[in-house]
Every structure is written in structure tokens, then in C-alpha cells.
Design a protein around this ligand. Structure first.
Ligand SMILES: [Zn+2]
Length: 434
């Protein structure tokens, strides 16, 4: 591989890490608590964000009833786009400003929660969206103050958006996925009710479950915080601060849970125990990556999802889409296989947590062992076979590399230095796995 070992930060390295822990309420029936919690946060007029599919499911009624019972006034926004864009973020912000809401509740997957974060930001601190968007595409200006309170209620066991300060969208003019990252965007509370996953199709549980696993694996193998450049000011320390002892805790548990329960959760919607445990793994992995940051598989995934042509999996809207979890999964084995040499102990340990026999294994085996376990799990739950499985060929690689290079926030969190040549090799090795 052409990836190189990490070059030490010229201005001196980090010596501390910061733990941003969200308030999380987890358990069956917890959606009933949303009204009381919203009132306790001082909300009187609530902007309730969801999407058209969820609006007709019982979970939406439960949250609405809970808000009504707490005496709160509610304005509903259900026009969230499945893969949000700058235009759909702006439309949501317009709604939020017109609704004159003093608080937000989001009920849905990552798209709903991210849209709610963006609407809250743009209504609380009006400015053109690009002001807050990550560099190099956006201006990456800091969010100037606190946002209105936001209770996030996830209904997919994947993105972890309910506990992170990140909102991802397609910037149409740039043909690229990018986002906003600020601790201010982190929802005030997460209410995680695993009953909501009982209505998810198997393909959605599979894709979002692989996203969970990759959040854990990437955070666990990310650049150590001690090898990242120290911030100019304490408050400028990024959320993607590199792996640290706090993020390690959630990652290890999430890997163990994914290995034990993900197959069951995908193959049997009535297996409430398995679906609940994957929801818990999603929460843990979300907390972990919200404090450490993911790296190259996610950077590659934004190009893979953003350049989709005609792939359209079961269980999703009938438009071309590579769901985020699938986009992450097709690049991940190639990355872990190649990066095993840069932090062998971590790759080996992760392989063991995913069920590999690592007795007698040495550092040279670490990447292969972990990649093999990820491939085996992905294959057993119907994830497409590499880039070719989602409609790409070798002739697309240069374009995919170009789409990945702007993801510097993620590339800089890898356990090695990553340039265009390195990405080219990774995409080549991700074409097919079996
Ligand atoms: Zn993800």
C-alpha cells in the first residue's frame, strides 16, 4: 500500500481529550416520556420533525399524544428528504422560523434527526448554510451560541445521530456529501425506544447495523488523540478528536453486540431481544464516534452514495440510492485489510471481538483477520458484494477518489496518512470481495 505512517504534528500534539456525554433515555415505552421531558426543557411550542412514512406509524401518534398531554403546542414538519440536501435543509429551516418554535423533537432515522439539527441551527442563528458547513467546501465557522432544546428519538438502529453533533447532507451544486459538525448541534436529549425497530424491513436493519459496526471499528482504529495536533484553544478541540479511552469503551461493547445479535436482528423481525440489543449497540457506537470520529470507510462512503447511478435496494424508496450503511460497508473491508499494519493490536482485538480465533496470530495477520470477519458478517445479512455490488466498475475509481478527497475531516482521522494514490488502491481492492 502507498499509505504512509503518521507524520507527527509540527505544532505539537494533543495531551487531553474531552468527553461530551448526552443525556440518553433508553427502553421500551420511553417515547411516552417525550412530552414531560420537552416541558422540563422549557419548550412551549414544539416543532416536531418526522417523515411521511413514519407519520402513519403508531410511534408518531405516541409522541404526539405525549406532547399534547404535557400541554405543549405542536407544529409538524413531515417533508424530510430521505437523503437530505442543502435545499431540503433550507426548506426545513424556513418551516422552523415560520413556526416560531422554542424547541424541537425529531422522530425518525438519521435524515430526520440531521434535518432537525440543521433547522434548529439556521432558525436559532440565521446565516447562509455554507457559513457552518465543514471546510473545504464550506466556511466552517463556529456556531455562535446555544441552539433551542432538541429531543431526538431515533427509529433506526444505525446512525447514532441522536447523540452526535453532526448533520450530513448532499450539497447539490458540488455533487458531494458534506456536513456540519459542532458540539452545539448535539441534541439536548436522546429518547431511544427499541420498539420502533420492530417495523423496519430486514434490508434497513442490515444496512444500519453495518453502519453501527463501522462506527465502532473506525473509532476503535482511528488515529490516537495523542497523535493529533493540539487545538489553538481548548474550545476548538474537534469532536473528531481521535480514539481515546472513553470512545474505546462503547466501541468494544458495540462490536460484541453486533457480532452476537446482528444476524438475528436482520433475519427475524419478531426477535425483539436482538433488535433491542442492536439499538443499544447503535447508541453506544454513536456516543463513541461522536467523541472520537470515524475515518476512511465513511469518507469513501460519501462518494459512493453521492455518485449513485441506478442501484436501488429492497426496502428503500424506488429512487437510485446507496443507503449510508451499505456505502460504508462496501469500502470497509479493504480499509481494515490495508490498515492492519498501522495499528495491528487494535485490528487483532477487533477481529477477536467479532469472533475470529486470534490465538497465535501475529501483527501481519491483523488486517486480513478483521476484514474476513467483516466480510463474513456482511455477506450473511445480504450486504452487496463490494463496489461492483452497488453498480460501480474500475472505470469509476478516479471519480470516486475525487469525491473522497474533500472529506479531510475524516481522512485526517485515519491511523495513517491517506492521499489520492492510497485511496485509489483502496477503491480497487473494494471492487469485489467474494
Ligand atoms: Zn455512519
Amino acid at each position: 500500500m502507498t499509505c504512509r505512517h503518521i507524520v507527527a504534528a509540527a505544532a505539537g500534539c494533543e495531551t487531553a481529550f474531552t468527553v461530551d456525554a448526552s443525556r440518553v433515555t433508553f427502553g421500551r415505552g420511553s417515547l411516552d416520556e417525550v412530552g414531560d421531558r420537552a416541558r422540563a426543557l422549557g419548550m412551549r411550542r414544539v416543532a416536531l420533525f418526522t417523515d411521511a412514512r413514519l407519520r402513519v406509524l403508531p410511534w408518531f401518534d405516541e409522541v404526539s399524544r405525549s406532547l399534547d398531554a404535557a400541554g405543549l403546542d405542536v407544529a409538524v414538519f413531515d417533508a424530510v428528504a430521505i437523503e437530505p440536501t442543502d435545499a431540503s435543509f433550507e426548506a426545513a429551516a424556513l418551516f422552523a422560523r415560520d413556526a416560531k418554535a422554542d424547541g424541537y423533537v425529531s422522530l425518525g432515522g438519521g435524515s430526520v434527526i440531521d434535518t432537525c439539527k440543521a433547522a434548529n441551527l439556521l432558525a436559532s442563528h440565521p446565516a447562509p448554510l455554507r457559513t457552518y458547513v465543514n471546510a473545504p467546501l464550506g466556511e466552517a465557522r463556529p456556531v455562535p451560541g446555544p441552539l433551542a432544546p432538541h429531543i431526538a428519538c431515533p427509529t433506526t438502529s444505525g446512525t447514532g445521530s441522536e447523540v452526535t453533533g453532526i448533520a450530513i447532507f448532499d450539497w447539490l451544486a458540488h455533487h458531494a456529501k458534506t456536513g456540519i459538525a459542532s458540539p452545539r448541534l448535539r441534541p439536548s436529549e436522546a429518547v431511544v425506544d427499541p420498539r420502533t425497530t420492530s417495523t423496519l424491513p430486514a434490508s434497513v436493519v442490515a444496512a444500519s447495523g453495518m453502519d453501527v459496526l463501522c462506527h465502532a471499528l473506525e473509532s476503535y482504529t482511528a488515529r490516537p488523540y495523542l497523535q493529533r495536533a493540539a487545538p489553538n484553544a481548548a474550545t476548538a478541540r474537534p469532536m473528531s478528536q481521535g480514539r481515546n479511552p472513553w470512545s474505546d469503551l462503547g466501541c468494544r461493547e458495540a462490536m460484541t453486540l453486533a457480532n452476537t445479535y446482528l444476524r438475528r436482528a436482520v433475519h427475524d423481525a419478531r426477535d425483539a431481544e436482538a433488535r433491542e440489543q442492536i439499538m443499544w449497540a447503535a447508541t453506544l457506537a454513536g456516543i463513541a464516534f461522536g467523541n472520537a470520529g470515524v475515518h476512511v470507510p465513511h469518507a469513501m462512503a460519501y462518494a459512493v452514495a453521492g455518485r449513485v447511478r441506478d442501484f436501488s435496494p429492497d426496502g428503500y424508496p424506488e429512487t437510485p440510492i446507496v443507503p449510508h450503511g451499505m456505502a460504508v460497508s462496501v469500502g470497509a473491508p479493504a480499509v481494515f485489510r490495508a490498515f492492519g499494519t498501522f495499528c495491528a493490536d487494535r485490528h487483532l482485538e477487533a477481529a477477536g471481538l467479532l469472533g475470529a480465533d486470534i490465538r497465535g496470530a501475529n501483527a501481519d495477520d491483523a488486517g486480513d483477520l478483521l476484514a474476513a470477519r467483516v466480510i463474513e458478517l456482511a455477506r450473511s445479512i445480504g450486504i452487496p458484494n463490494g463496489l461492483a455490488g452497488v453498480g460501480y466498475a474500475a472505470t469509476d475509481i478516479a471519480d470516486l477518489v475525487a469525491g473522497t478527497m474533500p472529506q479531510q475531516r475524516l481522512l485526517a482521522n485515519a491511523p495513517c496518512e491517506v492521499d489520492a494514490a492510497c485511496l485509489h488502491e483502496l477503491f480497487e481492492r473494494a471492487l469485489t470481495y467474494w
